[in-house]
Design a protein around this ligand. Structure first.
Ligand code: 2AM
Length: 484
C-alpha cells in the first residue's frame, strides 16, 4: 500500500521547504505541494532528495495522499494567497480536517478565517513561526492558536520540530483561540523592532559620542553578552562589529543607513493605539526606521545644522557601563510595555493568554531569544496575576540599580547631540508610570475650557463630572458626546 502522509505543506519558498525537511528529520511523512507545480519536482530533486517527502502535483492528489483527519499547512504569502488557497482546498476536504496557516498573517484575518472554517465544520489554526530560515530548518519558536480541538492533531509534530530551551522545554505551546497565535507572533516581531533599535542607539552613542571603533565595540558587545543582556541579538551585533570586508575594513560602516520594514512593528503600534496602551518604545523604533529612510532630507539638513559636534570627555569605561545598564533598563521597559499590550489584547479579544508560557515560547528558536526571557517566564510563573512586569522583584531591582546610569546615558547623549529616541521614550514612560500625579489635570482643564468636555475632581466622587464657565462667556452647557 502506498505510504500516506502525516501532514501536507503548501508553499515551497524557503520557510516551507525548511519546515518540511525539519518534519522529515523527526520521522514525519510530509506531502509537499506548491501553486507553481514545477517547484515540487525541483524540491524533490534537490533539497528533499533522499528524504521521505512525497511530492503532489495537484491539490486533489495531495489530499488523497494524506491520512485522515487531514492536516494541511499553508506556508504562502500572507494576505490574499491564504484566502485563495483555502478556497481551493475546501471542495476537497471533509469535516474535521484542519488547515494551518503558518505565515505572517494579520491576526484579524485569522479571527475571520477561523470563524469561516469552523462554521463549515473544519478546523483552522493560525500559527506564528519564528526564527527565519535557520529556525524553520533546525527548530523554530512556534505560536499556534485557533481551533483548540485541532491542537491534539498537530501537537506532536509541532512540538517535535520546535526549538528547545537550554533546559529542554519545547518553544511551542497552545496560545489561545482564533487569532491569538498570530497576535503573539506580531508582538514578538514588534519587540524585536525595539530590541534592535536600542542596540543601534547604544552603538550610535559609542561611535559618534565616544568615538569608539567597531573593533572596540566588538569587544564591548562580547562582554555585554556575558551579562543579563545575553541574547541572540547582542551576539550577532558582536559578530557584525567584528566582521571585515574584503579590504580588511569593518563592513558595517559601509552599509547604507536606511532601514526597511515589513510592517509588523507598525501593526503592533497601531493596535496599541487602538487598545490605548502606551507601547512607546516600539512605536519610536518604527519611527526611527521611517526617519532613517529619509536619507536625502537628512543629508541636506546635516549641512544646515551642525549640532554640538563634541566628543565625550569623561571616563569612557564608566560611561560604557552606564550605557549597558541603560540598555538593560530600556529593554525591561520595552517588554513591560509589550506585555501590557498582550494583557489588554487578551481582554479585548477574549483570549486566555498565559504570559509565562509566551515568554517561554520566545526563549529559544526566534530572533528575540535571550536569557532575559527566562526571568520574564519566572516572574509570571511566580505570580500569574502580575499587573506589570516592572513590579516583579527581579525587574524592580534591576531598574532601580540601573536608574542613575540610564539618566547619565541620556544626559550625555543629549549633550553630545546623539539621538536616542527609544532609550528616551523608555525613561519618559518609566518616569510617567511611577508618577502619582501627571499634568493631565491641566489638560482636562483646557479641554473643559475650549470644548466644555467636563472634568472630575479629586475632592468629589468619580461618577460626578463638572464644567466650569472659565471665561464668564459662552454659558454653562457641557459637551455630552465626548468620551474621556
Ligand atoms: P508560487 O511559487 O507559485 O509563487 C511564497 O511566495 C509562497 O507563496 C510560494 O510558494 C508562492 O507560490 C506562494 N504564493 C504567493 N502568492 C500566492 C497566491 N496568490 N496563491 C497561492 N500561493 C501563492
Amino acid at each position: 500500500m502506498e505510504k500516506k502522509g502525516d501532514i501536507a505543506v503548501i508553499g515551497l519558498a524557503v520557510m516551507g521547504q525548511n519546515l518540511i525537511l525539519n518534519m522529515n528529520d523527526h520521522g514525519y511523512t510530509v506531502v509537499a505541494f506548491n501553486r507553481t507545480v514545477s517547484k515540487v519536482d525541483d524540491f524533490l530533486n534537490n533539497a528533499a532528495k533522499g528524504t521521505s517527502v512525497i511530492g503532489a502535483h495537484s491539490i486533489d492528489e495531495m489530499v488523497g495522499l494524506l491520512k485522515t483527519p487531514r492536516k494541511i499547512m499553508l506556508m504562502v504569502k500572507a494576505g490574499e494567497a491564504v484566502d485563495a488557497e483555502i478556497e481551493k482546498l475546501l471542495p476537497h476536504l471533509s469535516p474535521g480536517d484542519c488547515i494551518i496557516d503558518g505565515g505572517n498573517s494579520y491576526f484579524t484575518d485569522t479571527i475571520r478565517r477561523a470563524k469561516y472554517l469552523e462554521d463549515k465544520g473544519f478546523f483552522f489554526i493560525g500559527s506564528g513561526v519564528s526564527g527565519g530560515e535557520e529556525g524553520a530548518r533546525n527548530g523554530p519558536s512556534i505560536m499556534p492558536g485557533g481551533s483548540i480541538k485541532a491542537w491534539p492533531l498537530i501537537k506532536d509534530i509541532f512540538t517535535a520540530i520546535s526549538a528547545k530551551t537550554p533546559s529542554g522545554e519545547a518553544c511551542c505551546d497552545w496560545v489561545g483561540s482564533d487569532g491569538a497565535g498570530h497576535y503573539v507572533k506580531m508582538a514578538h516581531n514588534a519587540i524585536e523592532y525595539g530590541d534592535i533599535q536600542i542596540i543601534c542607539e547604544a552603538y550610535h552613542l559609542m561611535k559618534q559620542g565616544l568615538g569608539l571603533s567597531p573593533d572596540q565595540m566588538h569587544e564591548i558587545f562580547a562582554e555585554w553578552n556575558k551579562t543579563e543582556l545575553d541574547s541572540y541579538l547582542i551576539e550577532i551585533t558582536r559578530d557584525i562589529l567584528g566582521f571585515k570586508d574584503e579590504d580588511g575594513l569593518p563592513l558595517v560602516e559601509k552599509i547604507l543607513d536606511t532601514a526597511g520594514q515589513k510592517g509588523t512593528g507598525k501593526w503592533f503600534s497601531i493596535n496599541s493605539l487602538d487598545l490605548g496602551i502606551p507601547v512607546t518604545l516600539i512605536a519610536e523604533s518604527v519611527y526611527a526606521r521611517s526617519l532613517s529612510a529619509l536619507k536625502e532630507e537628512r543629508m541636506n539638513a546635516s549641512g544646515v545644522f551642525n549640532g554640538p559636534a563634541k566628543l565625550f570627555k569623561g571616563d569612557v569605561k564608566a560611561i560604557v557601563e552606564d550605557i549597558r545598564k541603560a540598555l538593560l533598563a530600556s529593554k525591561i521597559i520595552s517588554y513591560t510595555q509589550g506585555f501590557m499590550c498582550l494583557r489588554e489584547a487578551a481582554k479585548e479579544y477574549d483570549w486566555n493568554l498565559d504570559f509565562g508560557n509566551i515568554a517561554l515560547l520566545w526563549r529559544g528558536g526566534c530572533i528575540i531569544r535571550s536569557a532575559f526571557l527566562e526571568n520574564i517566564k519566572n516572574a509570571y510563573r511566580k505570580n500569574p496575576g502580575l499587573t506589570n512586569l516592572l513590579l516583579d522583584d527581579y525587574f524592580k531591582k534591576i531598574v532601580t540599580d540601573c536608574e542613575a546610569s540610564w539618566r547619565r546615558t541620556l544626559m550625555t547623549a543629549i549633550e553630545l547631540g546623539v539621538p536616542m529616541p527609544s532609550f528616551s521614550s523608555a525613561l519618559a514612560f518609566f518616569d510617567g508610570y511611577r508618577c502619582d500625579r501627571l499634568p493631565a489635570n491641566l489638560l482636562q482643564a483646557m479641554r473643559d475650557y475650549f470644548g466644555a468636555h467636563t472634568y472630575q475632581r479629586i475632592d468629589a466622587p468619580l461618577n460626578k463630572v463638572f464644567h466650569t464657565n472659565w471665561t464668564g462667556r459662552g454659558g454653562n452647557v457641557s459637551s455630552g458626546t465626548y468620551s474621556v
